[in-house]
Design a protein around this ligand. Sequence first.
Ligand SMILES: C[S@@+](CC[C@H](N)C(=O)[O-])C[C@H]1O[C@@H](n2cnc3c(N)ncnc32)[C@H](O)[C@@H]1O
Length: 235
Amino acid sequence: MVNVFDIEVQARPDVFKQKEQENSVLQEKEEIEKNETIYDRTSFMTTFSTDAYLEDFYTKVEDPAMQMVLKFLPLIACRIGSIDRLLDFGAGPTIHVAATFRDYAKELHLADYLPQNREELIAWKENRSRFDWSTPLKMILTQEGSAWEQLQEMITRTRNKVHGIYHCDCFQNPSVDCPSHLHGTFDVGITYFHLITIPFHLGDRDYLLRGVLLQFVRGVQECHQKHCWSNQEWR
Ligand SMILES: C[S@@+](CC[C@H](N)C(=O)[O-])C[C@H]1O[C@@H](n2cnc3c(N)ncnc32)[C@H](O)[C@@H]1O
């Protein structure tokens, strides 16, 4: 008995080849997915390598997404203008956001979930980090139209403006372990590559957004309070 597909193959060998290719791509994808490790909150805590993250994404800055961030951040900072307090939520071990806002914010605050990342941030603040930030920082200077000779001044100015490095957890409220008088007083909250990475690994996107947003402008905090008082679901 001849089946319909055989007839199609006889008539269209190109179709058969295409189907074969599609199948092998599918198999390859399944194989990769089978070998992929899905981290939960506990394993993520120990397996995330701060050094490897910095090395992979911030040494040569070849990743197009990183290049895009470094290209647009200076424009965003310039458009926002002068502010009192900036919070980089989920900063990881990175200081490029802080550096971009060095001339606009009076105070820079950094928060991250992982102790190894916070340790790197503290090391950077205390001038004992071994990581060289020259490439990304020069990209920011270029975007600003500033000379590369200003690199050292940029670093010193950023260091002096970093007022706090805190633990944060978007699933908690408050989501940042900063002194209580700072809660909800940040004028601008930045979170890069945070919303896209965590939900897949760590769960509920609503919680993440709520945790991030609650730390920001007073308006969000007030809105949250109203919802709490009226016993409404937070959306
Ligand atoms: C991909 S890194 C992004 C780092 C940095 N913002 C950047 O642009 O390179 C994501 C960060 O989210 C943090 N993170 C993981 N779980 C978190 C949670 N529950 N609450 C807040 N941050 C979390 C991790 O510690 C990690 O540093």
